[in-house]
Design a protein around this ligand. Structure first.
Ligand code: BGC
Length: 778
């Protein structure tokens, strides 16, 4: 698209001078249709193409253009900048027109990153690129000449930072700024030539960030000190919309936090993201405000200086994220599991704010590769996330080093975090496109990402000295193992190089399959060889002949089982038994971290004991998935004990209440508990294989697959088991009933099956499977 641009960037001639939130600007240009030889009936279509260095929102003749928020979003601005397209045909008017923009710092020039973070990461000038094109009824196309017409002034946004919040003075707002050509206080804008930037200007691959819904407070209470506290009942990414009935000059401060600790907003986990908005009232009737250029992660808000008492509060929370279509659902007879699933959905929503981030609240919100690597399959089941991931993968490839190194977060921000190749994080370069292919059945993403995928696997192959064993250098390993001290989340019980080598096998295998699919036969053989060599190295280093796995942790056994790293079925079966022992020994509490947790239930099913998976899944004592649920969580926490049982916040510096990674277990709920899984790329073949148990009497899962809607429901009354399913047109179904080996083929349509199933959970005296087996063997 860069070639189609006939305009340059325009900028307020104000550089960033201080490292604290800066003001936002207004830019505007005036044009008269008749001076272009046009009148309204001649206009078939008018479109604005726009983007910015910074964040922007547009107005035309006093009305907002489009409903995008935080546009143009965050990409690797040095390589890629997305433009937006808006139809403004009906917003033009006879005679004079004014087009205007609000322009703020955002990711381009504002504060980003952690450990102090950085300012002006991409540049010191914010600027707008805007082209207005008119197509006439007789087929002519013309670009409205705005060059030299742009002027700017400071906006009523006195300061705005994504982390810090926004300060707005409504007494400074002139509602005529984008309606009439009142020349006072405006300065000509500076032109910055388009060709002074190298980045590609591209169309977006995904829907924009929008206001998705609004939530009314569940409780409103005045607290000691005079603030008014609002609880929205749901942890979200977004901001408040307020309607105060104040007097001119009243100042209201809005504080945000995810949790309450000892009667106060728990703001410590926010670190440098202070998340405070300030509003100075104009004192006019119908006053309403919501910030533009900031976003917060919060469930609670406190209003300081609100004019009037709690009874006059007119405030709602506005949920903001990428406007993806919902595609996946799950429900069951177990309230705790339903809440867990809802928490996963919300953590995905709150962290798909233009790119897949780790968390929406603290001074981070980065595109951490490992987080989306473990969550990609869940994400693609729940939402149409393909577009967002396509764009993000382009950035990943753009930021990948020449030697294949993948930064630990994308876009990369130099803020002190070690930038070394890291297993499970860098592997996102291979696993995310592969998961997309598996879900969509479309090889284009593999073609587009192929060089990036190859770059990563080749790098790791070199790092192993072509031995297959990745046993040196920085690793995050099974990050956040619950046994690791709060201040050293990387100190997992599982050997970090075991994790690294296992991932090397996994991604080399995927690459071999990718090469085969893309008809790259030589590559396919080469990567198969690398994978086989790494698998052999893994076995030699980490697996004993009797099926023990070095580290002897649930994570290492689960990895070896799920990544299919055993030589033969007997060793795998022995390892499965050991896994069951360990899980039972832990009292069915979580002992795995970032890498082990998403696959532990699958490993238990592979080990032949879904009952053990249920015991783990339905556990609510720490550490477990349902402990946060029992503590009232509405999103997935970063740590199992982000909030300790006494209600205090985990002392670790890294404690978020909204990280989706540990929610990757939702994939197991869909695939195994309900039993709805894709069995061939693009859901062309669907496996309906429920694993009832855990005392559940009902589950339902539904997915809008590329072949159409597919769903499964099972119900159990005593031992009578009923299964109902829908196979979409174009797909083929395979049904495997509980306890059966037989695969029943089913055609598109609705099907019902009846069988019997005895749930071990119905018998409270039933010992865990390992003890049962020991007894049977005795
Ligand atoms: C992030 C994580 C990330 C990790 C890796 C954290 O600060 O929030 O989700 O993957 O760092 O170091």
């Amino acid at each position: 698209m860069s070639g189609d641009w006939e305009v340059d960037f325009v900028s307020p001639s104000m550089r960033a001078t201080h490292d604290s939130p800066r003001p936002a600007y207004l830019l505007r240009a005036h044009f008269v249709l008749e001076e272009l030889g046009l009148c309204m009936p001649d206009i078939a279509r008018a479109r604005v193409y726009a983007t910015a260095h910074g964040l922007y929102e547009l107005d035309l003749n006093g009305e907002p253009i489009g409903d995008d928020r935080l546009a143009p979003g965050w990409t690797s601005y040095r390589h890629r900048l997305r433009y937006q397209t808006y139809d403004v045909t009906t917003q033009l008017q006879e005679g004079g027109n004014v087009i205007g923009a609000w322009l703020g710092d955002g990711w381009y020039r504002g504060h980003i990153g952690f450990d102090g973070g950085v300012w002006d990461n991409y540049g010191t000038d914010v600027s707008l690129l805007l082209q207005l094109e008119i197509t006439t009824t007789d087929g002519r196309n013309l670009v409205v000449p705005l060059s030299g017409k742009w002027e700017w002034q400071l906006s009523p946004i006195l300061a705005a930072g994504l982390y810090e919040g926004e300060a707005y003075d409504a007494t400074l707002y002139d509602d005529q700024w984008c309606r009439s050509r009142n020349a006072q206080g405006w300065t000509p804008a500076v032109t910055i030539p388009l060709d002074s930037f190298n980045a590609r200007i591209e169309a977006p691959t995904a829907p924009p960030v929008r206001e998705i819904e609004t939530i009314a407070p569940v409780t409103i209470e005045e607290i000691p000190g005079g603030r008014i506290r609002l609880d929205f009942g749901q942890n979200i990414s977004g901001r408040l919309r307020i309607r105060p009935q104040g007097s001119v000059g009243d100042v209201i401060r809005l504080h945000h936090a995810e949790v309450i600790e000892e009667g106060h907003l728990g703001t410590r986990p926010l670190r440098a993201a202070t998340s405070i908005d300030t509003y100075r009232c104009a004192g006019v009737p119908g006053e309403e405000w919501s910030p533009r250029f900031t976003i917060h992660g919060f469930r609670y808000a406190e209003l300081e200086g609100w004019p009037g008492g709690p009874q006059t509060v007119d405030v709602e929370a506005v949920v903001l994220h990428t406007d993806m279509p919902r595609t996946g659902w799950f429900e069951s007879s177990h309230d705790g599991l339903n809440q867990l699933h809802s928490n996963v959905v919300w953590s995905m929503r709150d962290n798909f704010v233009d790119l897949p981030t780790d968390c929406p609240q603290r001074d981070e919100r980065m595109g951490w590769t490992g987080d989306i690597q473990v969550f990609a399959s869940t994400a693609l089941y729940l939402y149409g996330a393909h577009g967002t991931l396509t764009g993000w993968l382009r950035d990943l490839a753009a930021e990948q080093w020449d030697d294949g190194h993948v930064p630990n977060f994308v876009p990369w921000v130099e803020c002190g975090f070690p930038n070394f190749p890291t297993a499970a994080w860098g592997d996102a370069a291979v696993i995310v496109p592969w998961e997309m292919y598996l879900h969509d059945g479309d090889t284009r993403v593999l073609t587009e990402q192929y060089d990036s995928m190859r770059g990563w696997v080749d790098l790791v192959d070199r790092l192993t000295g072509h031995s297959g064993l990745w046993n040196s250098g920085f690793q995050l390993g099974d990050w956040l193992d619950p046994a690791a001290p709060p201040e050293s989340p990387g100190d997992s019980q599982t050997d970090r190089y075991l994790v690294a080598t296992a991932y090397h096998v996994k991604t080399a295998r995927i690459l071999a399959r990718t090469a085969r699919l893309l008809n790259k036969v030589t590559d396919a053989n080469r990567y198969q060889h690398i994978a086989d060599r790494a698998a052999a190295a893994f076995r030699a280093e980490f697996i004993t002949p009797t099926g023990r796995v070095v580290s002897d942790t649930a994570a290492s056994l689960a990895i070896a089982l799920v990544f299919d790293l055993f030589d033969d079925a007997d060793t795998a079966a022995r390892a499965g038994r050991r896994l069951l022992e360990l899980v039972e020994h832990s009292g069915y509490r979580i002992t795995t971290g970032f890498v082990g947790t998403p696959i532990i239930c699958d490993a238990l099913v592979l080990a032949g004991d879904p009952d053990a998976a249920y015991r783990l899944l339905l556990q609510d004592r720490l550490p477990s998935w349902l402990y946060p649920v029992s503590m009232g969580a509405t999103t997935i926490w970063e740590r199992w004990d982000s909030m300790l049982p006494d209600g205090s916040i985990n002392p670790g510096d890294m404690t978020s209440f909204n990280h989706y990674a540990l929610g990757a277990v939702a994939d197991f709920l869909h695939r195994s508990v309900a039993g709805l899984a894709s069995a061939a790329p693009g859901w062309k073949k669907i496996r309906f294989q429920p694993h009832p148990g855990g005392g559940l009497t009902y589950t339902h899962a539904r997915h809008e697959s590329p072949q159409g809607t597919t769903s499964i429901s099972w119900q159990r009354e005593g031992t009578a088991f009923t299964l109902q399913l829908d196979v979409p047109p174009g797909a083929e179904g395979i049904v495997i009933l509980p306890g059966a080996d037989e695969q029943i083929r089913v055609a598109p349509g609705h099907h019902t099956f009846h069988s019997t199933f005895r749930d071990p959970a119905d018998d409270p005296l039933q010992p865990p499977a390992t003890q049962r087996r020991q007894r049977e063997n005795a």
